[in-house]
Structures are given as structure tokens and as C-alpha cells.
Design a protein around this ligand. Structure first.
Ligand SMILES: [Zn+2]
Length: 283
């Protein structure tokens, strides 16, 4: 007696469930067909782009870090002068002060042992292009090459993935520069808000005074080269410490801005240390 009643009650539900399963299977099959369209010879309607590729975001422009913390980031560019790099790194280590270096690619290639030592000492090394051109008039492909070629030289030497931050030579950039940097994996183009103009070789006192104008989150631009910059360093460090400031690297500063750091931490990978002329130097 009860059987037919049960059947009649349960059948519609079973049918509804089956219907839902069929719809789900159909949707799934359609998704597979769409995903595998080209492989299956399924052509999209003419004029409809099949691509759903997402372009990487252009690199952001960063001139300083958050203004909420009393820290500054010392940065040193170009670095063709081996002795100047050594003197700066030794002085920074002696004071226990972190800093970030932006050498251009050919400068690193000239002194691979030096850059092994700089990276091993924990100083982040950022992309300053292969040959230090003004990037603004260059085509996107050429800009991408400048960033990519830098990585191909620097990363095997330092035995690590370099930080995902680039600094355009002369601080010159446009939309093409930012787009090219983004496509090469760079989260930010790192400029500065404090320029010492030390390349013009004013006195150490002038460099120290200019460098000391920073505030919370400032990025200070200097160069490895002028002897005056090396001589100014103790006064710069002492000045900020007297004002209660600390020092951070560019990755540490920029993490506070919400930019992703990616895999940019310096991590020694001995197997990738190649292209060395002789033994790595001691600092
Ligand atoms: Zn430069």
C-alpha cells in the first residue's frame, strides 16, 4: 500500500535531482569545450578575441614610503667605482646601517666578486638597467630588454633573485617605462624624495646637509662614486640617529605600502654563482 505512495512522492524529487545533475554536466562539458576550444578545433566566432590573458599591472611609481614611521632608506646608484662601493659597504656595516644599491648591469659585470660580497652582506640590489640609458625615448621592447638583461647578468652573480624594484636612470620614466617594468615583473619604479646631487661632487658637508632633509619614509638618493659621499656618510647616519630615525632597506620600506615583495628576498643559491673572476672578496 505504501510503496506506490512513496514512489510517487520520491520520483519527482529524483527527476529534479537528475535534471540538476544534467545541467551541471552540460555546464561542465561546455566549460571543457571552451577551455579546450583550440585543441578541439572549435573556432570562436569571427572577430571575437579568444584570449583572456591578463596583462601585468604597470609598475607603480614610488618616491617615498609611509609617512607614519621615523625611518629613511639610503640608496646608492650606478656603482661603477669598485673602491667607492667597498668603502660605502664597509662604513654601512660598521655602523650597522642597511642600504639599497642600484648598480647598472655593466658595472656589476665588471666586478662580480664585489657584488657577491655586497649581496652576501645582506644589502638588497635593485635593477638600474643594463646600460643606464634615458628610457623615455625608447620603445617598450628595448626598455624590457634593459631590465631583463640586467637580471641575466646580476642574478647568476649574486646567486639570488634580485628584489622586484627598479630605478630608471636619471629618474626619467613615462607610461611605457612603467608598463615595460610591470611586464618584466617589477612591482615598482623606485625614485626618491631627497636628492643629494652628490654626482656634482659638492663638499661632504653639503651632501650631508642635503641628505639630512628627509622625513618619515624618505628615500635618499646618493651614488657610489664621489669620495665626498663616502666622507658624508658618518654625518648623515649620526644626524638621523640624533633625530630618532632608523634606517631600512627599500623592500622593508615598500612592504608598508602594500606592494607585494614577491620572491625578491636575497637568498643565496650557491649553485647559481657563476661568472666569478677569482674568489669572492671579504668586506
Ligand atoms: Zn644612475
Amino acid at each position: 500500500m505504501s510503496r506506490p505512495v512513496l514512489r510517487s512522492a520520491s520520483l519527482p524529487r529524483r527527476r529534479r535531482l537528475s535534471g540538476a545533475v544534467i545541467v551541471a554536466l552540460a555546464v561542465g562539458a561546455l566549460a571543457v569545450l571552451v577551455a579546450a576550444g583550440p585543441a578541439l578545433g572549435v573556432e570562436p566566432a569571427s572577430g571575437v578575441a579568444p584570449s583572456i590573458k591578463v596583462e601585468p599591472a604597470p609598475a607603480r611609481i614610488v618616491r617615498h614610503g609611509p609617512r607614519s614611521r621615523p625611518v629613511v632608506a639610503l640608496t646608492f646608484d650606478d656603482c661603477r667605482d669598485r673602491e667607492a662601493v667597498l668603502a660605502l659597504v664597509r662604513a654601512l656595516r660598521q655602523e650597522g646601517v642597511p642600504a639599497t644599491f642600484f648598480p647598472y648591469g655593466y658595472a656589476v659585470r665588471r666586478s662580480p666578486d664585489l657584488w657577491v660580497a655586497v649581496a652576501a652582506a645582506g644589502f638588497p640590489i635593485g635593477n638600474h638597467t643594463l646600460s643606464h640609458p634615458d628610457l623615455v625615448p625608447l620603445a617598450e621592447g628595448t626598455v624590457r630588454y634593459e631590465f631583463r638583461a640586467w637580471r641575466r647578468i646580476v642574478e647568476p652573480i649574486i646567486g639570488a633573485v634580485a628584489i622586484p624594484y627598479a630605478r630608471p636612470p636619471y629618474g626619467a620614466f613615462n607610461a611605457t617605462t612603467a608598463r615595460a617594468a610591470g611586464k618584466e615583473g617589477y612591482a615598482a619604479l623606485v625614485l626618491w624624495d631627497i636628492d643629494t646631487r652628490d654626482w656634482a661632487r659638492p663638499s661632504a658637508a653639503v651632501i650631508a646637509e642635503r641628505a639630512g632633509r628627509g622625513t618619515n619614509g624618505s628615500i635618499i638618493l646618493m651614488h657610489c662614486g664621489p669620495r665626498q659621499t663616502v666622507n658624508a656618510l658618518p654625518a648623515i647616519i649620526a644626524g638621523y640617529r640624533a633625530r630618532g630615525f632608523g634606517f631600512v632597506t627599500i623592500p622593508e620600506l615598500i612592504e608598508g605600502t602594500g606592494l607585494r615583495l614577491g620572491e625578491g628576498r636575497v637568498q643565496p643559491v650557491d649553485g647559481r654563482r657563476i661568472d666569478l673572476r677569482g674568489r669572492p672578496i671579504a668586506l
